[in-house]
Design a protein around this ligand. Sequence first.
Ligand code: MN3
Length: 221
Amino acid sequence: MKFKSFVIAGALLLMLAPSVKAQFTLPDLPYAFDALEPAIDRETMQIHHDKHHAGYVTKLNDAVKGTALANQSIEKILGSISKYSSAIRNNGGGHYNHSLFWQVMAPNAQAPSADFSKVIDQTFGSMDKFKKAFADSAATRFGSGWAWLIVQKGKLKITTTPNQDNPLMDIVKEKGTPILALDVWEHAYYLKYQNKRPDYISNWWTIVNWPEVERRYKQSK
Ligand code: MN3
């Protein structure tokens, strides 16, 4: 009888104990792995999310464990990244960049609103000129890295970064709030496009989630 109560009490305690949660977690994709086809194939999305992004999250959690960074947001950490290790820089950037990347793509993507098109036109001359400038930056980013549309002092600007760096980091030249991100690491496109990075970029426009980009633009102001 006594033993039975002990077992029941133990089971109850286990149920009530708060689960030990890692500081950073892998977000679910907001759509199915094959939802972005044909621009990005299912297998690439699955490996990219479940292996690459998951790897950055695991290594980031390992790197911040037991440091003063516990409970700090990823944005805050990136803003002072010059003070931290390269493991935190690479994996913190990797986690932030991919979390944004999944959000700014969508199946059946909607066109930019008239309001946001006007902002693009005023900044870059036209939507076509913007796309060309962005695609050229992405295509000529040497090696691994990212192309960005950022808000810098209230204005739109195109920039690129190497590796997993991003415009929130205090070490980059062009700082700002990223509102659109394009991953040009080979792991993002090589299965389907091999060495044809420009083809990946031109197809990628069909899945850009413009309402989300505009939401982030408004939020940044
Ligand atoms: Mn990637």
